[in-house]
Design a protein. Structure first.
Length: 367
């Protein structure tokens, strides 16, 4: 019997989608060298936990509905995931690659061998790499089921050990791996593209989502009993992120872009912030009382989050063109309006795509 959906998880998907759009709007805002650093901090730093949080949410959904204690058919699992993720990934990669080909007046990117490489590394557009990593997580699902069964025997100890191993791996890749050089050009390229495919950067947060799903009632009871501490921990982790962002600019003379590339989700602060953010918002959405309007907002946004994720870069491209035609720069007001417009347009387009015939919709939205 299929378990009932958990509203807090749906709401979190909507929240994380708002964060992802914020990060990408922030990239456009950087075109203005004098953009307000506090607004940029909101878009690029406060929103940072939302990218890895999607791995947390994906794992929660997988293990909540198919526990490690249940029978598991790997072939059936891959068949379903292929429909939900792989087909839309291929379709949207082709669409974004075709757009870039039209823009460049060059169809080289659509050549089979070039397109194949693009699909392998998620280079079709800046957001598609996430689906590549997700597909690798799916491919390695038997490994995660084994790992979670082992973790459930001593969750606190093993997840703590994994947390520090994760921090070490992420730190090395973020701040030390730049000195690694390979004599073979192809090997150097594969290594340089590691952020686009290597699941190793997100194992801890993925398994945290699985752990919460496996012991949801017990863990929610524990989180609820420690709500004040969870809230304080989340606030402190946010302060650490923003404090680091301001510090490297004020004390080390980093540019805004350099600060963002330093204080990100794979940094030590980012890892703590991601974990605290996921736990805090699951708890907050669970215990919060909402009006019907607010609940409908989060539900609709959460249910449409996958489609919004797929289409929103096209909406940002469209809005950027409108701003260029209007001769408008990325002021604080324009950036805020761009963000709101991108959310509304992406949601509207997603709802429109949901009306497509099922045979078409299955390849566009995976459902």
């Amino acid at each position: 019997m299929r378990k009932p959906a958990i509203p807090a998880i749906t709401y979190m998907r909507g929240l994380c989608m708002l964060g992802v759009i914020g990060i990408h709007v922030g990239s456009y805002a950087l075109a203005n060298p004098t953009i307000n650093i506090h607004l940029l901090g909101l878009l690029e730093i406060v929103s940072r936990f939302t990218v890895p949080a999607f791995f947390f949410l994906s794992a929660f959904g997988l293990f909540y509905h198919t526990s490690v204690e249940d029978d598991f058919s790997y072939s059936d699992f891959l068949r379903r995931r292929t429909q939900v993720v792989l087909y839309p990934y291929i379709v949207w990669t082709i669409l974004y690659t075709a757009y870039n080909a039209v823009l460049a007046h060059n169809a080289w990117g659509l050549m089979p061998h070039v397109l194949g490489l693009t699909l392998l590394f998620g280079n079709g557009m800046y957001h598609l790499y996430f689906l590549v990593i997700l597909l690798w997580f799916y491919t390695l699902m038997p490994l995660w089921r084994w790992a979670l069964r082992s973790i459930l025997k001593a969750p606190i100890v093993l997840m703590t050990i994994l947390f520090f191993v994760q921090m070490a791996v992420n730190y090395w890749s973020s701040y030390m791996a730049g000195s690694v050089q390979f004599s073979q050009e192809w090997l150097q390229y594969i290594f340089s593209m590691r952020l686009n495919y290597f699941v190793g950067f997100y194992i801890w947060i993925f398994l945290l989502g699985g752990l919460l799903a496996e012991r949801f009632d017990a863990m929610l009871e524990w989180i609820d009993a420690h709500g004040f501490g969870i809230t304080v921990g989340f606030i402190l982790s946010l302060v650490a992120m923003l404090g680091s962002y301001y510090y490297v600019m004020a004390e080390w003379g980093y540019t805004r872009l350099e600060a963002i590339y330093t204080v990100h989700q794979l940094s030590p602060q980012g890892l703590v912030y991601t974990g605290m953010g996921c736990i805090f918002f699951v708890w907050a959405f669970t215990v919060s009382s909402m009006s019907d309007i607010v609940e409908t907002f989060w539900t609709e946004l959460g249910n449409a989050s996958y489609g919004i994720y797929l289409v929103h870069p096209f909406m940002l491209i469209l809005l950027d063109k409108v701003l260029q035609i209007g001769g408008l720069g990325y002021t604080t007001t324009i950036v805020v309006l761009m963000y709101v417009s991108a959310v509304i347009l992406s949601f509207g387009v997603t709802k429109g795509l949901e009306t497509l015939p099922k045979q078409v919709r299955a390849y566009v939205l995976g459902k």
